[in-house]
Structure formats: structure tokens, C-alpha cells
Design a binder for this molecule. Structure first.
Ligand SMILES: Cc1cc2nc3c(=O)[nH]c(=O)nc-3n(C[C@H](O)[C@H](O)[C@H](O)COP(=O)(O)OP(=O)(O)OC[C@H]3O[C@@H](n4cnc5c(N)ncnc54)[C@H](O)[C@@H]3O)c2cc1C
Length: 395
């Protein structure tokens, strides 16, 4: 059996190694458009590779996977985080689990993961053809590359990642595609007072009024708007909504998400009645700014605030309103949501229902996650599933 894998990224390379382990006699070829395999994997996690996540603290899988939750439930059952770590540990890689539940190689070097996969590909006899971009694909599994080379295979696994230009070769097939839009970006907000607070990090909750879209966690104020895990998470949850609204939307910030703010303010006023209102509950620069937004002068004392003043401050602290005016990339670390519609594939093998012999894995599928190692875990788990699906199809 000859298998053609299109794309030597995380999913394609991992699937190739797993397939050779399941069926050593299978001839496995990976065709990669770039000059070398796993270029993106080498850049992951700022060069450290956030390879997975312990999934602790999640109330539901959809918190990590805004799209593809159901398939990921199956994929993680088939090939878990522990299976992933064991695979790499078997090749000598050691991992550390950070307090934020993210797994990184102990070497803190993404090249260790790339090198491990490269050695496994070579020792298992996978043929890698770099600089070969697939241009067209016929259902009898005839492949035509942009350098004119033609190949034929018994099965094809597509792992071309999230970039929409990579999958033009699917145009001739009757496969439903969910239009790709970016996920994981930061928000542009033009508000001088806020922009001047750049560098400040604190826990906050963000929401888009009139929707159920909300996220919480560390928020970083930047000179162009908002970044940090809370903003990136919301960009993922709201990826499609924001794309449809041309990246313009109202945004509400709760600066004290864990508190009963009216009660807290009343208590604070009573305890500090003779002190200036700048004796506050948040970092001084932010507090002064929020008091100004609530119409309270910095030289006022707590006792002078009055009920109306406190109500205004409470509203600003819990529902501070801004306008998102665009998006900015997060250190180029964006992920695409959209891709091959999940209805097109069999959830246990990742084989295309309409075209037996055609499989999909990784970001080319309409699965994407928030930051934290969840996207790579999707690549490992779906890569393994597709390898198993191909193995079973050849039996
Ligand atoms: C800078 C950056 C940092 C990231 N850091 C993390 C992280 O730390 N943790 C995490 O979980 N996720 C991270 N991600 C997301 C993660 O890298 C992706 O979700 C993951 O790489 C997807 O794997 P994949 O194999 O599906 O696609 P990719 O890794 O994108 O691989 C697809 C491959 O297919 C090739 N290809 C495309 N079209 C064709 C074609 N027509 N013919 C032949 N080859 C083709 C491409 O050249 C590419 O090599 C990061 C993303 C970026 C951009």
C-alpha cells in the first residue's frame, strides 16, 4: 500500500511515524511545499513548543476548542495527552508542566521536538519530498505537483494546516469547506487613557455585550489596545462573530471579576471615608483612570463620593465600555478557524465520507483552540487517528 501525506507539519509528520509503526510494510511518502519539514513547529511557543496541556481547570472541552469540541472528545479518547507525552518520552524527550497547565519540553527548545520527529521519520523509512506543493488531486488518487511531477497513491492524508491557499487542490472535489478566518489575535482600541496604561497586567473578564461571548484571565494593556490570555481567548471564541463584523464591536471589561463590587465599594468607603479616593482597589494608575471615567475627581475623599458617585464607579469597574476597532496579530502566532467541515469525515477514522481513501488531520479540519498547547494536541491526536484509519482501511 502506498500512502501520500500532503504537508510535513506537526500532524503530517506525526501521522507518518505512527502509520509506519502500525504497518511497517506501508510505503509512506510526505510531500511538503516548503524547503524543509516542520518549519512552523520549530517556531511554536516562542521557540519553546507548548506541546500540550493537562486540561486541568476546564469546565468543558469547548472552553479549549471553540470549534471541533465533539471530534476532539473522540480524538482525545483515542489518543490522549498521556499517549502523546509517552510517545515523545519513548524517544528520550522530558517534559515540564507549568503552573498554567502547559506542557513544554524540559529543554525549552522546540527544535528538540522537531529533531525527535525527524529522526523517527528517517529511522522508520518515511520518504520526505520537500519543495513539492500539491496542485491537483483526482479521486483515483492521482497527484499533480506544481513542479509538474505526478504521483499515484492508494490513500491520501491531507495535513496542510490552516492556510487557505494550501488547499486549492480540493476545489475539484465535492467537499464542504467552512470559510477560513483568523483566530488568536489582539484587539485594537483607540482610547488614550487606556493606551497610556500600557504594560499593566491584571486579571479581568472581557465580554461582547449582546452576545454570550466572554473570557477571563490575565489581561495585558498595550499602547494599541488589549492583549494577554483574556484577549486571545475572546478572539478565539468570537473569531467568526468579529470577522462578520469587520473586527468592530463593543467590548465590556469587568476589572474586578471575582468580587461583589457594590458591597466591596461600600465597605471600602466606610473604612477609608477620610482618605482620598485614589486609595483604591486596583493598581494606582488604573484606579485613577477608572475614577476619572466614573466622573470622580482625584482630590475627592471617599466620604464625598455619595451614592450616585459610588454607583457610577461600580458600573465602570464591572461594565467598562470600549470599542474594538480592529485586530492585530499575536506575535504572528495566529491560528485559522474554518477548513474542512467536520460533517465530511468519519469521526473514528477521519476518512472522508464521500471519498474513501482520502483522510484529513490537523488544522486543515474545522478544529481550532485557544492558546495553551491545545492546537498541537489536536494535531497529535487527529494525526494518530488518521494513521489508524489508514492502517485499518488497508487491512
Ligand atoms: C508562530 C506560531 C506559534 C504557535 N505556537 C503554538 C504552541 O506553542 N502550541 C500549540 O498548541 N499551537 C501553537 N501554534 C499553532 C500550531 O502550530 C498549529 O495548530 C499546528 O502547527 C497545526 O499543525 P498542522 O500539521 O495541522 O499544520 P502545519 O503545522 O501548519 O503544517 C502544514 C504543512 O503543510 C504544508 N503545505 C500546505 N499546503 C501544501 C500543499 N498544497 N502541498 C504540500 N504541502 C503543503 C505547509 O508548508 C506546512 O508545512 C502556533 C502557531 C504559530 C503560527
Amino acid at each position: 500500500m502506498k500512502v501520500a501525506i500532503i504537508g510535513a507539519g506537526a500532524a503530517g509528520s506525526f501521522a507518518a511515524v505512527q502509520l509506519k509503526r502500525m504497518a511497517p510494510e506501508t510505503e509512506v511518502h510526505i510531500y511538503e511545499a516548503a524547503s524543509r519539514p516542520m518549519k512552523k513547529l520549530a517556531l511554536t511557543g516562542g521557540g519553546r513548543c507548548n506541546i500540550s496541556n493537562s486540561f486541568e481547570g476546564l469546565r468543558s472541552l469547548s472552553e479549549a476548542y471553540p470549534r471541533g469540541e465533539r471530534l476532539m472528545k473522540r480524538a482525545l479518547k483515542a489518543f490522549s495527552v498521556q499517549d502523546t507525552l509517552s510517545c515523545f518520552e519513548g524517544e528520550g524527550v522530558k517534559f515540564v508542566l507549568q503552573d498554567d497547565h502547559c506542557y513544554f519540553p524540559a529543554s525549552q527548545d522546540a527544535m528538540e521536538i522537531v529533531g525527535t520527529l525527524e529522526r523517527a521519520l528517517s529511522s522508520s523509512g518515511v520518504h520526505i519530498h520537500c519543495g513539492q506543493r500539491l496542485k491537483s488531486l483526482r479521486p483515483s488518487w492521482e497527484l499533480l505537483f506544481d513542479n509538474g511531477i505526478k504521483e499515484k497513491a492508494d490513500a491520501v492524508l491531507v495535513t496542510t494546516g490552516g492556510a487557505p491557499k494550501g488547499i486549492g487542490f480540493l476545489d475539484g472535489l465535492d467537499i464542504e469547506m467552512v470559510p477560513p478566518v483568523p483566530s488568536l489575535f489582539t484587539f485594537r482600541i483607540k482610547e488614550r487613557g487606556l493606551n497610556e496604561l500600557m504594560g499593566l497586567v491584571l486579571n479581568a473578564e472581557l465580554s461582547i455585550p449582546g452576545t454570550k461571548l466572554r473570557s477571563g484571565g490575565p489581561l495585558l494593556i498595550t499602547d494599541w489596545g488589549l492583549s494577554g490570555p483574556a484577549a486571545l481567548k475572546l478572539s478565539s471564541y468570537a473569531a467568526r462573530y468579529l470577522a462578520e463584523n469587520d473586527y468592530r464591536a463593543a467590548l465590556s471589561i469587568n476589572w474586578l471579576p471575582e468580587e461583589d463590587v457594590p458591597a466591596l465599594l461600600a465597605k471600602h468607603q466606610e473604612a477609608n471615608s477620610k482618605k482620598l479616593i485614589s486609595t483604591g482597589l486596583l493598581p494606582r494608575r488604573l484606579w485613577d483612570y477608572l475614577c476619572r471615567r466614573a466622573g470622580l475627581r482625584e482630590d475627592m475623599r471617599w466620604a464625598e463620593c455619595g451614592r450616585k458617585g459610588l454607583n457610577r464607579l461600580s458600573a465602570v469597574l464591572t461594565q467598562d465600555s470600549y470599542q474594538i476597532e480592529g485586530r492585530a496579530e499575536f506575535r504572528e502566532e495566529f491560528v485559522t478557524c474554518g477548513g474542512v467541515a467536520l460533517e465530511e469525515v468519519d469521526f473514528s477514522t477521519l476518512e472522508c465520507k464521500k471519498y474513501p481513501g482520502l483522510f484529513f488531520a490537523g488544522e486543515v479540519l474545522d478544529i481550532d483552540a485557544i492558546t495553551g498547547g491545545f492546537n498541537l494536541q489536536a494535531a497529535w491526536s487527529t494525526g494518530w487517528m488518521a494513521a489508524k484509519g489508514i492502517f485499518l482501511s488497508g487491512k
